[in-house]
Design a protein around this ligand. Structure first.
Ligand code: SAM
Length: 457
């Protein structure tokens, strides 16, 4: 007799589950997206509760500083961390989720406080939330300093707001920080080896998933609602979940069938498999990553997509040239580790955990990766550098410093993307902001190894 493993008991308390996740993110620096997925899987939480759990967890995290600003005048004693998160998540519902009646959010908070604490705490929680309801929220206009006001209104650390304003000015920064609090879109890439955009749209419709073709990247489809990973279309390898901005590097690299390609920071393989599709599954790709356990993900995805030209290897890109054959790759992608400021919508914890000193150390790693890529790139070969950040030091800063120390490399214009993206190119580099197209913030630059290194162009 086979016995099915039962899911642990789910008591249906979405707010309590959100509180557990938020506390773990705060105390253990756990990733909110991973914890959320684990919780949903562990308890087999249904679609309706899943949506609310996601909304409350991300929303509370996204607006942490704003919520604290509203709570501050009403909290008169020292409170435990879990009580602070309970107040934040309850106030988040009152302020931002109009479909949830305020009294329901407050009653739930009181019940959780009773269950997790004692009567004194539940009365305090009740008192704070009801006082805010009675007296109203303080105005953000009370904050005189514009940087501080933007920091509190959009809930980003003040030093980060300052850094971004310095790079992009107040208007662009405001639009970016506001966009960082908007739920991300879900997009998929059609596997050109197995299907086409019109066929996938039909298949998704038949499977009850509303979707539409993107206006930006030709192989991209926007999913309007539904769980794509449950569809036959996904299981059969016709599509891969990928943000639209992340579809740029493989297009810019523009590999040919039969090329020998290196993807230096490859896991989990979103871009490696895209490159393989562009190569019509002909040629060879070496996909390396510093973390060996992540390489399995590349192999899994390749199998699902019907790709067999990818080999994986655990390699630290900072000394890749010691292990790989010199001057042997036609095209190389360095999709570098970065601060990830362009994906704050998906991982709100990023904005609270980054430190100013991280940018310099990431910039140094990025330069080391590029130094190694040059050594194994063929003369005349193409190198694409990409990040999912909007930080100038990691993007333009890395490109300029790299060019200064590599006279054998030249920046080449970005090609093979639609015009509305190409128009955004500045000095041969492309920075996409989250507010531009609703896709992730992303940076791409392309280089060529000169045939004759003594020339300047
Ligand atoms: C932005 S992610 C890559 C995403 C991947 N290209 C994709 O599209 O799925 C950066 C990757 O770099 C890897 N990494 C970090 N430091 C590295 C190093 N020194 N050498 C090689 N890989 C590194 C990380 O493990 C991570 O998987």
């Amino acid at each position: 007799m086979t016995s099915k493993k039962k899911a642990p008991i789910w008591d249906g308390n979405v707010r309590d589950a959100a509180l557990t996740i938020l506390l773990a993110v705060d105390k253990n620096q756990a990733y909110s997206n991973l914890l959320l997925n684990q919780t949903i899987k562990k308890y087999k939480i249904d679609i309706k509760d899943r949506a609310l759990l996601t909304e409350i967890t991300y929303g509370t995290l996204q607006y942490k500083y704003t919520l604290d600003f509203y709570l501050e005048p009403f909290i008169r004693t020292k409170i435990d961390l879990w009580v602070r998160w309970l107040l934040r998540l309850s106030l988040y519902q009152v302020v931002y989720l109009s479909r949830i009646p305020a009294h329901a959010a407050v009653n739930e908070a009181v019940e959780i406080a009773k269950k997790r604490g004692h009567k004194g705490i539940s009365s305090m929680v009740n008192g704070v939330l009801r006082s805010i309801q009675r007296e109203g929220l303080r105005s953000l206009d009370d904050i005189q300093d514009p940087t501080k006001r933007l920091s509190i209104a959009t809930s980003h650390p003040e030093w980060l707001v300052e850094r971004l304003i310095e790079s992009y000015g107040i208007e662009k920064t405001t639009a970016m920080l506001e966009e960082n609090n908007v739920p991300p879109t879900l997009t998929v890439r059609v596997n050109s080896l197995k299907s086409s955009v019109p066929d996938v749209l039909n298949m998704l419709e038949e499977e009850g998933i509303p979707a539409k073709k993107s206006d930006l990247i030709p192989e991209c489809i926007h999913i309007i609602s539904g769980q794509v990973t449950h569809t036959e279309c996904f299981k059969k390898g016709f599509i891969t979940i990928q943000d639209e901005s992340s579809m740029m590097p493989a297009n810019v690299l523009n590999p040919k069938s039969g090329d020998r390609v290196l993807d230096m920071c490859a896991a989990p393989g979103g871009k490696t498999t895209h490159i393989a599709e562009k190569m019509n599954n002909e040629g060879s790709i070496l996909a390396t990553d510093i973390h060996p356990h992540k390489l399995d993900l590349i192999e899994e995805t390749s199998n699902r997509l019907g790709i067999n030209i990818i080999q994986t290897a655990p390699v630290d890109g900072r000394n890749a040239a010691d292990f790989l054959q010199k001057e042997s790759y036609d095209a190389i992608l360095v999709d570098a580790p970065c601060s990830g400021l362009g994906v704050t919508r998906r991982k709100p914890d990023i904005k609270y955990t980054k430190r100013e000193e991280d940018f310099e150390s990431l910039h140094n790693i990025q330069l080391q990766l590029l130094d190694n890529a040059v050594k194994v790139l063929k003369t005349g070969g193409r190198l694409v550098y990409s990040t999912c950040t909007v930080d100038r030091l990691e993007n333009e800063g890395t490109v300029h410093e790299f060019l200064a120390s590599h006279p054998e490399m030249e920046l080449v214009p970005i090609e093979n993307l639609p015009n509305n993206l190409l128009q955004k190119q500045q000095e041969g580099m492309l920075q996409v902001f989250p507010q531009d197209f609703g896709s992730d913030g992303f940076f791409v630059a392309a280089f060529k190894k000169k045939e004759n290194p003594s020339t300047n162009g």
